[in-house]
Structures are given as C-alpha cells and as structure tokens.
Ligand binder design. Structure first.
Ligand code: CTP
Length: 394
C-alpha cells in the first residue's frame, strides 16, 4: 500500500514534537504527508522542520490568499485519503465537537469527507474533565476515530492518562484506517490478566489455585497478532511471554489490581486470571508446627478486580470476564455478568482437566444471550475471542 495522501494537523501541545517522527515514518513508508500547523502548534514545532521532513509546503493560515488560489482549503481536505490530528488538544477537540471553523485546521476538518483520526494529548485533569469526555463522545458519534492517550509521567509533572501515544502506534493506526493492514486492532490497547494469584501465609507458603495461565496467554498472543498493544498482567506461571506483548509479573490479587489500574486507559480488558478470593495476614517468620494445634488462618476478602474496573471512571469500552464454574455453568456465569457489570462473560466448566490442559469449551454470555462454542484447543478459542473483540471495537 504505497502513496496514500495524509493531511496531518498539528495542534499546540508539548507532544507536538512527536509529529515530526510520525511524518518521518509515513514518508519512509512511501506516503505523501501534507502538514497543517495550527497557530499554537507553531509554538512547539517550526514549519521549517515539518517542510524538510514532509518534503512539501506546510500550511498555517486560513486566509493565505496565494494558497486559496493555488489550492483552496476544500481541496486541501478533499485531496487526502485521511486526515490525522496529532496532537489533538482539548481546545481543538472542543472546537471540532462544536463544528467550528475558525482557523485552517478546523475548517479542513469540517469540510472533509475523508476518514479522520485524532490522537488527543493533554494534562490528565483536562483529559478526564467531563467537558473533554463529552466532546470525545460527540466526535466518536460523528465517526471520528479516537486514539486513546497513554498513561504515564507527563511534561507538566503529573501522572495519568493524557500522553500522546508513540509515533509508531499512531502510524499503525493510520495505516490500519487506510486499509493497508490486516491488523484490525492496530492502535488499540488491551489489558489481559492471566494465571493464578499466590496469597502468602508466611515467607515459604502460599495459597494458590490450579490455573496455568495458558488461556490468558493465548488470548494475549492472539490480540497482539491482530495488532493490539497488549499489556499482560500475569500471576506466577511457567510460560514464555508471547511475542509483541508487554508482560507485568505480579504475585497477589492486590498487586494484580494495582497493575491493572496503573496501565489504564485501555480500549478493552480481558480478565482471564483466576484471582484468589481471599488473602491472609502473612507471618514475618515461617509458622512452626505446634503440637495438635494447626494454625488458624484468618482470611480477608480480596478486591474484585473485574467489578472494580467496571465501575471505574476509566472503564474500557469493552470489559470481558471469565467464569470458572464446576456446576450450573451458564446460570452462575449469567448472574456473575450482571453482578460484576462486565459486557461479556466467557464461561467454562473447569470440573474436568481444563485447568492446566490445552483444550477448552466455552460459552459466551452477552446482553444478546448465550452462545456455546464446541470444544477446541485454547489457541483457537483465543483466536476467536480476539476476532470478536476486533469486531466489537471496530
Ligand atoms: N475476578 C477478579 N477479581 C477477583 C475475583 C475474580 O477480577 N477478586 C475476575 C476473574 O478474573 C474472572 C471473573 O472475575 O474474570 C470471575 O472469576 P471467578 O473466580 O469465576 O468468580 P468469583 O467472583 O471469584 O466468584 P465465585 O468464586 O463465587 O465463583
């Protein structure tokens, strides 16, 4: 897929410098890039750098009479295969959502009939503000593709969602939108939990379960194959990290919850882990045998990671839970879906050798009802689930 024409609108934010690398990646892949620099964008990158990288003129003003003669703003928006806004500031997003056309960038965005991708980047509070979230929903409703910001330390010294994704992720999302990639999840971030949790009792003992992590790891791999950026939060398992997957190792349920929360925002979450329901006050020293008196373990309930995520203000658009049951599989799982507030529950009967084995037979429970898949190997279950996720996020 060569020679696509991309109009790149650069808003005014500290992340604007990343747009230079994006231009380089697009040019290297053989695409034409026409840069439009907003007035505030020009405070962060110079037209000269963008002109050098794009090997083209850089457009900055709406009422540049010479350009209106050579190429009116309507042509500038129509003669593109895609418009991308990188970074999209809160102000630019607000003006887009309101349908304003008070500078060249917003005029192009209003005049275009081509696909539009925006990559928001701003301070965490600005991103989470209801006004910004409302505007984002409006733009989504208008058919604009939103590349969710990353979470991390920000230039303003705060920590949270609001960082511009890396140029490579933006590049992947653009290429996917142009239909040049068979990777339908490019640009989407998915968190997967997998494996058991270990709840320590003392420095040498813990309470665990039989989960092998195989199904969760297979799902992480299948999602990455479809182009997703996958964060795999894994309990203790003996499995290699799937290719292209970012793995975070945890031991306890509390650590797993913190790792999930710390890696939001995400477009989807698949909670495959068999999280221990209980934890114990862990003794500092090894508990010694005492004649005839077994130790009394006083459990306290672990946080429900899935239910908490469903109620979080950063709830991913699609949240999927698993339900490991040994009886009344569909009934229990249906109730579980309602109780936890997730979109789908994937239920399996673990009374046989499913835990640790290579095969699985699952039922997918959604608000549309129950669908039962025939018994198959875990990799195939994973591929089908990943494809479903891609269809749901499309
Ligand atoms: N789960 C979770 N946090 C917990 C317990 C479970 O996130 N503390 C998630 C699992 O990852 C899974 C779903 O909730 O996606 C259901 O897990 P399951 O163990 O079947 O359900 P429980 O809530 O533990 O219910 P029960 O043990 O009563 O069947």
């Amino acid at each position: 897929m060569n020679g696509k024409r991309i109009t790149l609108i650069i808003g005014g934010g500290i992340a604007a410098y990343k747009s230079c690398e994006l231009v380089r990646l697009l040019r290297k892949a053989g695409h034409q890039v026409r840069c439009v620099l907003t007035k505030s964008g020009a405070q962060f990158v110079t037209p000269l750098s963008l002109a050098a990288l794009s090997e083209d003129k850089v457009y900055t003003e709406l009422f540049d009479l010479k350009d209106e003669v050579e190429m009116g703003h309507i042509q500038l928006s129509r003669q593109a295969d895609l418009l991308a806004v990188v970074p999209a500031t809160a102000d630019l997003i607000g003006r887009m959502a309101a349908g304003m056309a008070d500078d060249l960038a917003t005029t192009l965005l209003l005049a275009t009939d081509k696909p539009v991708l925006i990559a928001p980047a701003m301070n965490v509070r600005m991103w989470l503000h209801p006004a910004t979230q409302r505007n984002i929903e409006t733009l989504r409703g208008d058919g604009i593709q939103i590349l969710e910001p990353d979470e991390g330390a920000m230039a303003c010294g705060e920590f949270g969602p609001g960082r511009l994704p890396e140029p490579q992720s933006i590049f992947d999302a653009i290429i996917a939108m142009l239909g040049g990639s068979p990777k339908p999840l490019a640009g989407q971030h998915v968190i997967v939990t997998a494996g058991p949790t270990h709840e320590p009792i003392d420095p040498v003992r813990y309470v665990a379960n039989r989960s092998s992590g195989k199904q969760g790891y297979a799902i992480a791999e299948a999602l990455a194959t479809l182009g997703a950026r996958v964060t795999l939060v894994s309990g203790p398992v003996h499995l290699p990290t799937p290719k292209g997957v970012h793995r975070i190792d945890v031991e306890t349920a509390v650590e797993m919850q913190a790792a999930v929360a710390g890696n939001l925002p995400a477009d989807a979450a698949v909670m495959v882990a068999a999280v221990a329901d209980w934890r114990f006050p862990s003794a500092d020293q090894k508990i010694k045998k005492q004649d005839g008196a077994p130790p009394v373990l006083e459990p306290s309930e672990n946080p429900d990671i899935l239910a908490g995520l469903c109620r979080s203000p950063l709830r991913p658009r699609l949240v999927i839970g698993f339900a490991a049951e040994t009886e009344q599989v569909i009934d229990y799982a249906t109730t579980k879906r309602m109780r936890k507030g997730c979109d789908w529950i994937i239920a399996n009967d673990v009374s046989g050798d499913v835990m640790g084995g290579d095969r699985n037979s699952v039922h997918i429970i959604t608000d549309q009802g129950v669908e039962s898949w025939p018994d198959t190997d875990k990799a195939e279950v994973a591929r089908q689930i990943a494809q479903r996720i891609a269809d749901a996020l499309a």
